[in-house]
Design a protein around this ligand. Structure first.
Ligand code: HDD
Length: 717
């Protein structure tokens, strides 16, 4: 145990004593308590096999964990059984309120490293020198569904990162989409109520395809831009590792001289961006409802650490004023062609959580967690968020002391005169719990003091754009153009991506029961792009309604290639999983060679067979990683078949095998096969194209999706 007397005031409140970058929160098998750490597993008295003694919460050893205390052989259970009561009492209270949004999430620890120093832009200590680093905790989430919902609905994804810097925690609480549905925080409860399950019927879960969401967005044209993104392939990411992240709002960077620039934050996945196709997302939900969570956990577990580059778009007030949109409007993005993204750092997630509840569930992100050198802007959405998050943590975590939970505590010293409260775990000493005090003059500990040089100071900005004095409940005119940027987004997509967007609208609106809502969506979309509106109307077999009156007529903003996933696609195998189907008699050497090719390229081979326990192959016995019916091809980025003609023929009578290839083909995946597999390919309707290749061509061909195949396998809107 730590010698209490030797603790300095600053270390008294520090729950952690690890160097930045270690990614650690606590030594193994310890719990934080009173500012010190107590070992759960004592050195003495362990069982012979090394296991610790089972105790109750107060350290009393338990002799029997199988039977409650009863009056006689078959008599009633006794109230005096404190062991039973404590166990059930604790269990009854295991759940805490789930997040009202972003309830379903997956998190991991890692490290952030500065790769480009920007002292001219910010005094934030982390960006002063290349190589400066700090631990991070990242949590990715869906927005709409409950904590137990599936990973692959069409939805925006949360992308929240907590940087434990040496000047305090900085939380960048963003999404995988650079814009947001609403401009003013006062509309957030309405937005969320409309998209979550409908209030009377309690469904649909984790889906926007229902009346109330489309009713709301059709009445709020400002939401159209984010709706376009959500209807695009961005709304169904292949993996949490393969999506971009955005801070969304315009923030400020402030340098040591007190000069400020506006900034937008971007996360660029080193793994590349990749999405599912809708049919695949639907099937993945059934095949593996934890698809994203498992993928993140396993990639970290295997040492294939996901990484993102942190980028910034920096601009000043003068540039901002010249734009046809307002940079304080969170429904607008700044095209990268206008202001390029400069890469300044890299985040690597390298450690899975030890305990999901303690870390991923209890992590509390606060946009108010900001560090000297970074500041807010007057974006009215951001301003509302600055209230909301602190509030929600109190209701989720039950106490104002949620900052003491290890995943939330800063890794630098923290000291103040905030005291007491529920679940207080710190034990401050002395009587200095107020300030100013002169106790130090009497030789007592006087506690911490403010520091005007190093402390956080707010950038003394003018009220951007608006006259300062009046109190107004208004939307500025500069927020009035709701259509130009959705148009820019739509027109920047490939033909095939545009078809996906149109089909997504058709799907969602086909689930809408209220005909006037469908019509209103279309009347809004006519302002974005007439051809898109027409495609959707055709897909729904309804007539195009009148165009909605625009608050401000849209302008043509051209194209931005960075808004398209397919224009930035990476075809390599790194970080991807390739399913290999084999059966009795398959060529073991061929399978081994294939596995080598895949592993060498940084991919993961996954063996699939009709039976898992080991089947005879030429020459040997081979165990599969997954059984055919439980490992559909939607779980893989590409597939390969190594089959004898006899086995292929036999599998033509197995619907799971036929479906395996049919889906891979319909989802435009690479299919590598041997000659022996032909019968199965034929049965599945797989036709030769650039993506249907022989096994030995895989290394060279890579595993990009073959979108030119799509019109032959699917009728898109
Ligand atoms: Fe929010 C959670 C992202 C607007 C109120 N939000 C939450 C999370 C993310 C975002 C990633 C999950 C954090 C985690 O993993 O624990 N939210 C955003 C973005 C927004 C946004 C990118 C717009 C640009 N949010 C927003 C507004 C409000 C909230 C306007 C309220 C006025 N958000 C919340 C919340 C949550 C939350 C209710 C639920 C759980 C939590 O905070 O910790 O306070």
């Amino acid at each position: 145990m730590t010698d209490e007397k030797s603790l300095s005031p600053s270390t008294q409140n520090s729950l952690h004593d690890h160097p930045p970058g270690s990614g650690d929160t606590q030594p193994e098998n310890t719990i934080g308590h009173g500012g010190e750490l107590h070992q759960i597993v004592g050195k003495d008295g362990n069982h012979a096999d090394g296991a610790a003694h089972l105790t109750d919460n107060f350290g009393h050893r338990i002799a029997d964990n199988e039977n409650s205390l009863k009056a006689g052989q078959r008599g009633p259970t006794l109230l005096e059984d404190f062991i039973l009561r404590e166990k059930i009492f604790h269990f009854d209270h295991e759940r805490i309120p789930e997040r009202i949004v972003h309830a379903r999430g997956s998190g991991a620890h890692g490290v952030f490293e500065c790769t480009k120093a920007i002292p001219e832009l910010t005094k934030a200590s982390i960006f002063q020198k290349v190589g400066n680093s700090c631990p991070v905790f990242a949590r990715f989430s869906t927005v709409t569904g409950g904590a137990g919902s599936v990973d692959t609905p069409r939805d925006v994804r949360g992308f929240a990162v907590k940087f434990y810097t040496d000047t305090g925690n900085w939380d960048l609480v963003g999404n995988n989409i650079p814009v947001f549905f609403i401009q003013d925080a006062i509309k957030f409860p309405d937005l969320v109520h409309s998209v979550k399950m409908e209030a009377d019927r309690g469904y649909p879960q984790a889906a926007s395809a229902h009346d109330t969401f489309w009713d709301f967005v059709s009445l709020m044209p400002e939401s159209l831009h984010t709706v376009m993104w959500a209807m695009s392939d961005r709304g169904i990411p292949r993996s949490l590792r393969m999506m971009e992240g955005f801070g969304v709002h315009t923030f400020r960077l402030v340098n040591a001289a007190g000069e400020a620039h506006f900034v937008k934050f971007h996360w660029k996945p080193v793994q590349g961006i990749q999405s599912l196709v809708w049919d695949e997302a639907v099937k993945v939900s059934g095949a593996d409802s934890d698809y994203h969570r498992r993928d993140l956990f396993e990639s970290i577990d295997h040492g294939d650490f996901p990484a993102w580059e942190l980028g910034v778009q920096v601009f000043d007030e003068a540039w901002a004023k010249k734009q046809p949109y307002d940079v304080l409007d969170a429904t607008k993005l700044i095209p990268e062609e206008e202001i390029p993204v400069q890469i300044i750092g890299r985040m690597t997630l390298n450690r899975n959580v030890d305990n999901f509840f303690a870390e991923t569930e209890q992590v509390a992100f606060l946009p108010t967690n900001i560090i000297p050198g970074i500041d807010f802007s007057n974006d009215p959405l951001l301003q509302g968020r600055l209230f909301s998050y602190l509030d929600t943590q109190k209701s989720r975590l039950g106490t104002t002391n949620f900052h003491q939970i290890p995943v939330n505590a800063p890794k630098c010293p923290f000291n103040n005169f905030q005291r007491d409260g529920m679940m207080q775990t710190l034990v401050p000493r002395g009587r200095a719990n107020y300030e100013p005090n002169s106790l130090a003059e009497a030789g007592e500990e006087g506690g911490p003091r403010e520091c005007s040089e190093t402390g956080f100071t707010t950038f003394p900005a003018n009220n951007e754009r608006n006259a300062p004095e009046e109190k107004l409940r208004i939307r500025p005119d500069s927020f009035a153009d709701h259509y130009s940027q959705p148009r820019l987004f739509y027109r920047s997509q490939t033909d095939n991506e545009q078809a996906h967007i149109a089909s997504a609208f058709v799907f969602e609106l086909s689930k809408v029961q209220l005909p006037h809502v469908r019509k209103r969506v279309l009347s809004q979309l006519r302002n974005v792009d007439e051809t898109l509106a027409k495609r959707i109307a055709d897909g729904l077999a309804i007539t195009l309604p009148e165009k909605a009156k625009a608050a401000k007529e849209p302008v043509d903003l051209g194209h931005s290639d960075k808004l398209s996933i397919q224009k930035q696609a990476k075809g390599d195998m790194a970080g991807r999983t390739i399913g290999i189907l084999f059966a009795q008699g398959s060529d073991l050497t061929g399978i081994e060679q294939l596995k080598n090719v895949i592993t060498k390229a940084g991919g993961t081979p996954y063996l699939v067979a009709p039976k898992v326990g080991g089947i005879p192959v030429a020459h040997g016995v081979l165990k599969a990683d997954g059984q055919l019916a439980g490992s559909p091809s939607v779980l893989f980025d590409a597939v390969a078949t190594v089959l004898t003609p006899d086995a292929a023929e036999q599998l033509t009578h197995e619907s799971a095998a036929v479906q395996w290839l049919m889906d891979a083909y319909a989802h435009c995946k690479t299919i590598a096969h041997c000659k022996g597999s032909q019968a199965l390919l034929d049965k599945a309707g797989v036709k030769k194209d650039k993506g249907v290749i022989m096994l030995d061509e895989l290394a060279k061909a890579g595993i990009a999706r073959h979108w030119q195949r799509e019109p032959t396998v699917r009728e898109l809107a």
